[in-house]
Design a protein around this ligand. Structure first.
Ligand code: GLY
Length: 404
């Protein structure tokens, strides 16, 4: 973009952002899903999560469900998905005011607290912000804030100023020097919060550096993203552009595209830097224009999967994209707003249909079926996943807020 175009774009963005505060009342006429429909989905979700709570061992959090043995796949809190279950319970509590959900969430928060000192993962945003962050949003709590600020310090230990990114993984040291995955965009919201809360800019500065480095190196010309970028820790140069969970290094792994869309939309919300909004819009266009995006708008697990049209769908990617689009539409021009709302509505409708949503009382208590964790490792293929439920419920709640 030329300088003058960027200037005009920035003015439009600022005016749009200012107008956003005042926009929800004007939405109602554009929304086609009825309040009763959204309420009914949330009501079903509450029932399912009460069942999930009954099925669960007190010291563990749920990851997925094995249909064949009718048993839950669980994890300790050190696994990256540990924050989603309490986070979903808290969203559902915010909707229903059902104290059983709150009590269950609070019990899991006690287990999760120790992860604030975990410096071996980049996923502290998922783990601590989707959980304690949601709890603190509902009711400000100094103890939760302290836990999160300690966790944010732990996350900063993984930042390398030469690479200007937060390191994602410690494994595969023989293959990668400093791997950064697109998913890591999702942990930046936690750092932005830490700066707002503490008044110390260091957290938000790292978030911006990481986002800028990601924008520079993770994206192809068509705005699809690589999964893993490996950096040289001495020079900061890119060593490899690869995948870990996609079908191939040059394919567009669906959940990676979803994390990128959500991450850059959130970075625009937190910084008002229009470069992040432009990036999010480009990613949304990549996804929504893709010839392999099915009519029901729930992506195949990889946009370039060689077995399309028989490839597995990934409901988790659909849920993350739906939730992200419901935010992005608020920052778009009228045409974008309409396009993102229509697509998000289709995604919510699809996920809420019997094609993806489990029958009441089934699925171990998880809400959605048909997500893909790591297909090429034959792990969690076509199963419920805790993060699919989290972003689906978030999308329902975001939609409800637009209706209200
Ligand atoms: N962050 C890991 C995944 O999306 O599978």
């Amino acid at each position: 973009m030329k300088k003058i175009e960027i200037y005009v774009f920035n003015i439009v963005i600022l005016l749009t952002a200012v107008a956003c505060n005042n926009m929800t009342t004007k939405y109602a006429e554009h929304l086609t899903l009825k309040s009763e429909f959204i309420d009914s989905q949330l009501h079903d979700a509450v029932s399912q999560y009460k069942l999930l709570a009954e099925n669960l061992n007190d010291s563990l959090v749920p990851k997925s469900y094995y249909k064949d043995s009718d048993s839950l796949e669980t994890s300790k809190t050190s696994w990256w998905t540990s924050g989603f279950y309490p986070g979903t319970l808290l969203y559902l509590y915010s909707y229903s005011s059902d104290k059983e959900l709150l009590t269950e969430a609070q019990e899991k928060l006690v287990l999760l607290e120790k992860e604030k000192d975990n410096t071996h993962t980049h996923d502290l945003g998922f783990m601590l912000y989707c959980s304690f962050g949601n709890a603190n949003r509902l009711s400000e709590n100094p103890h939760y804030k302290e836990i999160m600020l300690t966790g944010a310090e732990s996350l900063l230990t993984r930042y390398n100023p030469t690479v200007q990114s937060i390191r994602s993984w410690d494994h595969n040291g023989e293959k990668w020097q400093f791997p950064v995955i697109i998913d890591n965009m999702m942990n930046l919201e936690f750092l932005n919060w830490a700066t707002r809360e503490s008044g110390d800019n260091k957290f938000g500065e790292v978030a911006k550096k990481h986002a800028n480095t990601t924008m520079k190196n993770h994206f192809r010309d068509d705005y699809s993203s690589y999964h893993v970028i490996d950096y040289d820790t001495v020079s900061g140069a890119v060593r490899h552009k690869q995948t870990a969970q996609g079908e191939g290094d040059e394919t567009a792994w669906a959940r990676g595209q979803a994390w990128g869309l959500y991450g850059f939309t959130m970075m625009f919300r937190d910084t008002k830097d229009s470069a992040y909004l432009r990036q999010a819009i480009h990613i949304a266009d990549f996804i929504l224009n893709h010839p392999n995006l099915p009519d029901d708008k729930i992506p195949y697990w990889d946009f370039d999967a060689s077995t399309i049209p028989n490839a597995k769908r990934d409901a988790s990617a659909g849920a993350i994209i739906a939730s992200a689009l419901l935010e992005l539409q608020a920052y778009g021009d009228p045409a974008q707003k309409k396009r993102y709302l229509v697509a998000a509505e289709q995604m919510i409708k699809s996920l809420s249909s019997s094609s993806y949503k489990a029958k009441p009382g089934a699925n171990g208590g998880f809400i959605l079926e048909h997500s893909v964790g790591h297909l090429t490792a034959n792990s969690e293929v076509d199963v419920p996943l805790t993060y699919a439920d989290y972003y689906y419920v978030e999308a329902l709640i975001r939609y409800k807020e637009l209706l209200d």
